[in-house]
Every structure is written in structure tokens, then in C-alpha cells.
Design a protein. Structure first.
Ligand SMILES: [Zn+2]
Length: 473
């Protein structure tokens, strides 16, 4: 299949408004999907070459970093690896628009009255609280937002049938975003943009994840959304409220963001609401990174992003094996190029084609590498993965949401929220017993497990982190 460069959105060095048209992007996304891996790879290569050329032309940081590279580069493995700490440190040289200085964007972010405004009239601003300790400030120009819409459209085409769209329209098309409001988080900024016209403002409502649960339930009952878009942890809480009968909404579709849940939780949420459930794995650095399929895998939108599973030395991790970290390249955002950026997540790439028929690469996220818990022991430090702990508690009936806090070198603190009708003391005893067994089996019987009085809490970014390592608090 031959592709004309001028046809590919984003392939030209300077994107024009015409090239960011969502309809054109949707059409291209469908063609890439139907064309299979070769069509996806052709787009990826052309967009990468254009992105590198743009970064070299407009970003002093990348010009310096890529000094020793050949003039034309279209292979991502030739690029040096970058990190959030490095890029944030050189913010003013990193950006391709010299008007965007770190001082000005910091002042913009600090002003709560400007949430949803465009920085310099051109850019959506998103901040991350930073699981690795470095706070990130990200600017998005028009193209990545249009690509995000197109990728969402491609996901929905695989998830919903025409009858579902009719149901959504019959339900007033109302979309409830349950997000971290009151800050410049990506989702709050996106919600503010979605509500930018009066007609849309009536249909799209943002609800704060920090709202006390009974109040949030009352607000959602009044709004009656046709589409529910919460964080995954919040969706689990809301499913419990729906099961208990306090929440009584009937969305056709639930699209969950951020942290991963065990497979059976997605099924429980779908059953509680009688809705189709999709989820995404994305990052502020690349909001359109991937979407789930009906087989439970996440498909990377590889026509617009490159995700490389690698080991600690940044060498490729073979499919079927868990990577140490993952390198991200965003092929759409020009103002702040993200090229071979260490995202810090551990993923596993599926070695064979996904049975769902989606030709895009399929992955599973194994939890952030920064979340590994390390305990001192007489035989040296012992590391436990968050997934081990969360999978263990997932098997205990009656627990709605839990948080395991690594509160001291040899102390784990357990926050529990149990389902309606479940005895909290019983759930606590079961959880404590299971954790103690696991720790004893790992030579960690000296680690204490304490019961928290407080319930699980979302972080400032609105995410429920199931496992919080010692370094983070
Ligand atoms: Zn699939």
C-alpha cells in the first residue's frame, strides 16, 4: 500500500487547522485499521520522521540531543532515551514555541480561574502529580486532542453497536465525567473544553471525584447519564452503590480511565450498570495511547504512538515477557515533543494476534515499576510487586476498595471499604490473614499489618492508588 505524505494528517512539518479535522482523522484511523499492520507501520514511520524533523527544527533541546544523528531519521531505536526529569529541567528549551516559558505556564497553572482556558490561546495545559516524584506540566496543541477524539471513535466502533448509539441518543446523550476537578488535571481541562459551547454544556457534566460518595450518588441520580466516564477505582465504588440500590442510573456505556482493575471487576461493573465497559491506558504525555478490546487486552494506537517494552538497559523485551519499563513516542503533539520517553510502566506485549481481530499491538499493563515495595530482611531487601498484593486482596469477598500503604520500613497499613451488608471486622481479619501468609511465605513475617481507621482516599490527581510505596508519602 502506498501512501502520499501530504495525505497523512500530521505528516507535514507544520500542521494546519485543516489537517487536524476530526472527520479526516477518523477516516484515516479506519483505513489504518483495515489496512492492518503494514498500513499502521507506514503511518507510524512517516509521522515519526516528521516529528523528529520538527523537534530538531524548533526545539533547542532536541537539536542538541540529536546533534550526532543522521539528517533523516525514521527509526525510533536510533534516538536517545528521555525522561520527565530531564525534560522538565530544560522546559524552555524543550518546547517548540518560544513564547511558552516555564515561568508563565507555572503562573497559569497556579490560577484556578483559568482552568479550561487555553494557554497563550493555543494550548491545553495538563499537570501530573507524578508517581515518580517529578511534577510534569504538559502542553497539548490541537492535533493530539483531535487524534484523541478519532481514537475514541475507533474504539467505540469496536465496542458499541448501532442499537447502543440509539440508546445513548434516547438517553439525551448525557455524558457524566467523574474527574478531579479544581485543578489543571488533564481530565478537568478536557471536561472544560467539552463544555465550551452552551449546547454541549447541558449534555456533558463534570463531577468531582472528591465529592463525598452519598452526594456524588445523588448528583448522578439527578443527571441520569447515558455515558459514564469515571476513573476505574471510582467506577468500582459506584458499581457497589448501584448494587446496593442507592445509585440508580442506566448508562449504555462506561469508559473507565487510569488505574487498572482486576478482570472480574470490569465484569462486575458491566453487570451492575447493564452497560458495556471499555477502559483505557493512557498518560498525560499521550492521552490517546490505547483502548481495551472485548478480550481484555489494550490495543496501542500505533499509527499515532510508539510504545517500546524494554529492560532496565532500554533493550527490547520480547513479547510475552514483562518489561522493566516502556518508552513512549507521541506522534501527534508538536509543542512539546515526547520522543522515546521513559514512562516507568511495566507492560507485557501479546506475542500472537489478538482473537478480537484488532491488528494494533496488544498489551497488558503490569503496574508501575516505581510502585515495587521493598522491605528489609535479615537476608537482604525483599521486593513485592503491587499486583501480587492487589490480586491477593481481590480474592477476598466483600472488599469494595482497598489501599495498601507502605507506612514504614516494616509496616503495611490497610485501608478498606467493604460492600453493603458485609461485616468490616470479618473482611479485615480475612485480608490481614491473607497478607500475613503472603509475607511469611516471602520471609517477611516481621512486617506488621495495621488497620487504618480512615477509608481509601483518592490522590490529588483523583486516582485511587491501590498500593502506595514508602517513597511516595
Ligand atoms: Zn484485542
Amino acid at each position: 500500500m502506498s501512501l502520499s505524505l501530504s495525505y497523512i494528517p500530521g505528516a507535514a512539518v507544520a500542521p494546519t487547522p485543516a489537517r487536524t479535522g476530526t472527520a479526516r482523522l477518523l477516516l484515516d484511523a479506519r483505513r489504518a485499521y483495515r489496512g492492518g499492520p503494514a498500513a499502521v507501520a507506514a503511518r507510524q514511520r512517516a509521522r515519526l520522521a516528521a516529528q523528529i524533523a520538527y523537534a530538531r527544527a524548533r526545539s533547542p533541546y532536541y537539536r542538541e540531543l540529536y546533534r550526532g544523528l543522521p539528517p533523516q531519521v525514521d527509526d525510533v531505536v536510533l534516538l536517545p532515551v528521555t525522561s520527565k526529569a530531564q525534560l522538565m529541567d530544560r522546559f524552555d528549551d524543550w518546547v517548540t514555541d518560544p513564547r511558552a516559558t516555564r515561568d508563565d505556564v507555572e503562573a497559569f497553572v497556579a490560577d484556578p480561574t483559568r482552568i479550561g482556558d487555553q494557554f497563550l490561546g493555543d494550548y491545553t495545559v495538563a499537570t501530573t502529580s507524578g508517581t515518580t516524584g517529578t511534577r510534569g506540566i504538559f502542553l497539548l496543541d490541537q492535533l493530539p486532542l483531535a487524534v484523541a477524539t478519532a481514537m475514541m471513535g475507533r474504539m467505540l466502533a469496536g465496542l458499541v453497536r448501532p442499537v447502543d448509539l440509539v440508546r445513548i441518543a434516547a438517553g439525551g446523550g448525557r455524558i457524566a465525567l467523574v474527574t478531579a476537578t479544581g485543578g489543571h488535571f488533564a481530565s478537568a481541562a478536557a471536561a472544560a473544553r467539552l463544555r465550551s459551547s452552551p449546547r454541549r454544556a447541558q449534555r456533558v457534566q463534570a463531577f468531582s471525584v472528591q465529592t463525598p460518595l452519598p452526594e456524588l450518588v445523588a448528583q448522578l441520580n439527578a443527571f441520569r447519564p447515558a455515558v459514564l466516564a469515571p476513573y476505574a477505582g471510582t467506577a468500582a465504588l459506584l458499581a457497589g452503590e448501584q448494587e446496593a440500590g442507592r445509585l440508580d442510573i442506566h448508562p449504555t456505556l462506561a469508559v473507565l480511565a487510569a488505574e487498572g482493575l482486576p478482570d472480574r471487576e470490569y465484569q462486575r461493573i458491566a453487570a451492575a450498570f447493564g452497560a458495556k465497559v471499555g477502559h483505557s491506558y493512557a498518560a498525560t504525555e499521550c492521552p490517546f495511547l490505547s483502548y481495551s478490546c472485548k478480550e481484555g487486552w489494550l490495543h496501542v494506537n500505533a499509527d499515532w504512538a510508539i510504545l517500546e517494552p524494554v529492560d532496565a538497559d532500554h533493550q527490547p523485551t520480547p513479547p510475552g515477557r514483562r518489561s522493566h519499563t516502556v518508552l513512549l513516542t507521541n506522534l501527534a503533539n508538536r509543542v512539546q515533543p515526547i520522543l522515546r520517553y521513559d514512562l516507568g510502566d511495566s507492560v507485557l506485549a501479546r506475542p500472537d494476534p489478538c482473537p478480537c481481530g484488532n491488528p494494533l499491538p496488544a498489551i497488558r499493563v503490569q503496574g508501575r515499576t516505581a510502585d515495587l515495595l521493598s522491605f528489609p530482611s535479615p537476608h537482604g531487601p525483599v521486593t513485592v510487586t503491587p499486583l501480587t498484593l492487589s490480586a491477593l486482596l481481590d480474592r477476598i469477598p466483600g472488599i469494595e476498595v482497598f489501599q495498601i500503604i507502605h507506612a514504614g520500613p516494616t509496616t503495611l497499613r490497610l485501608r478498606l471499604l467493604v460492600r453493603t451488608g458485609i461485616d468490616p471486622d470479618q473482611a479485615w481479619q480475612a485480608a490481614r490473614g491473607a497478607l500475613a501468609d503472603l509475607l511469611a511465605n516471602s520471609g517477611l513475617d516481621h512486617v506488621e499489618i495495621e488497620r487504618a481507621d480512615e477509608p481509601p482516599r483518592p490522590s490529588a490527581g483523583g486516582k485511587y492508588r491501590l498500593v502506595q510505596p514508602l517513597a511516595l508519602h
